[in-house]
Design a protein around this ligand. Sequence first.
Ligand SMILES: Cc1cc2nc3c(=O)[nH]c(=O)nc-3n(C[C@H](O)[C@H](O)[C@H](O)COP(=O)(O)OP(=O)(O)OC[C@H]3O[C@@H](n4cnc5c(N)ncnc54)[C@H](O)[C@@H]3O)c2cc1C
Length: 452
Amino acid sequence: MSKNSPIFHVVGGGLAGCEAAWQLLQAGHSVVMHEMRPVRMTAAHKTSNLAELVCSNSLKSLGVDSAPGRLKEEMKALDSLIVRAALDAAVPAGQALAVDREVFSNFITEKLSQHKNFTKIEEEVTSIPDAATLEETNSYWIVSTGPLTTPDLSQHIADRAGRKDNLYFYDAIAPVILAESINPEKVFRASRYGKDQREEPAEPECGDYLNIALNKEEYTNFITAIEQAEYMPLHDFEEPRYFESCLPVEVMVSRGRETLRFGPMKPVGLTDPSTGRWPWAVIQLRQENKEATMYSMVGFQTKMKWPEQKRVFSMLTALADAEFLRFGSVHRNTYFNSPEILNANLSMKNEPRIFLAGQITGVEGYTESAAIGLLAGRFAAGSFKRPPVATLMGSLLSYVVEGGLGLFQPMNANLGLLPPTDRKKGESKQEKKARQCALAKEVFTNYLSELN
Ligand SMILES: Cc1cc2nc3c(=O)[nH]c(=O)nc-3n(C[C@H](O)[C@H](O)[C@H](O)COP(=O)(O)OP(=O)(O)OC[C@H]3O[C@@H](n4cnc5c(N)ncnc54)[C@H](O)[C@@H]3O)c2cc1C
């Protein structure tokens, strides 16, 4: 190795770190991986294997007309180690790619460990050398320490980013709904007291929010459904320490049946044009992306089980056929405000030799984390062209580095992140999805041919 050859350090041997390391090795670089297990375990990991799956053994759908399916296709075309391992370890699960978790982790551990340019150090990293040292030693660091990053390191990265408020510890996620699946006849557009975020004066028929009006009886039934729904249990390490301003709906309901009506469901200042009055209660839907293809349910973070969310929220006629792009959740998750602190190539604005990857960048899920690891590895390895936003990887990256509207919250791969396209006359929802996926495939194929 020449004196000036760069050295790449990858902190965290999870889904993202292993993928990033693999991409760097394939590009001919040397990689030093720092993984703290088994010296220090996380509250969720049980082994010292690389790329351990901490919960479900599913990497979601393989369907070519689905976002997770297309994402994996794109990753496979970019020589993803994680997708290769998953296909090798696959167990029968219909359209889903479920794996034998041990075979999966062993495949990855072996592939990396057997590589002559790969070294693994078992240690907890609490800080990264300063910028001058990185320059002097020509080293680059990829931090991919996941949702359970140790506190010293997460604080250190926040400090290096220069702003402490760029580090989040909890996901309190409200459901996100595909815009076209909301019944437009059952919502009215308005902002509270007509105060829009936009500069121009609000017209009666405009406003930043779609509002679902509930009368007294509908509200009462809805609250009862929330009380009676089934909820996810808390993990041992997830003490219920919620931010008062971001309480799960069920916690608010447990404080009294009227609490939501004085909280996220308060109707004041929202005149329903069909009655000319404020309703009994209101659920507000807020635009999630610039293209207005996704809306989130304001204040509806919840630990309700996913099928229960579908059942309870579909009681509202406006959402009877709603397609949930992301369900609500509340769990421990360390992630950064990436649009504020990262460049388009996932390196830190303040520290171009440090890259972030995986779930800490604000994506959610095994495959998504690996996808961002793949991109970080390729970007760090040298000149790599960013995938177009009309592809699954490109749209996910774009969400991470550019963000959506409002507070930056973790996101999984979904077709709502792609550039908007209207449903053609007579086209079913499924046909539209297939068309979006076919278009994404075409754009990705062109992109690949330009890469090679
Ligand atoms: C309880 C729980 C359940 C989940 N269930 C699912 C699920 O069912 N399906 C799904 O798709 N996703 C699930 N997720 C999310 C999933 O874990 C992540 O999307 C994915 O593992 C993230 O990949 P990653 O590489 O970013 O982080 P990880 O896979 O978590 O890898 C991070 C690695 O960094 C190491 N590390 C942490 N701090 C340090 C340090 N300071 N120094 C050195 N090493 C360090 C850790 O030991 C770990 O090996 C779950 C997460 C949690 C916490």
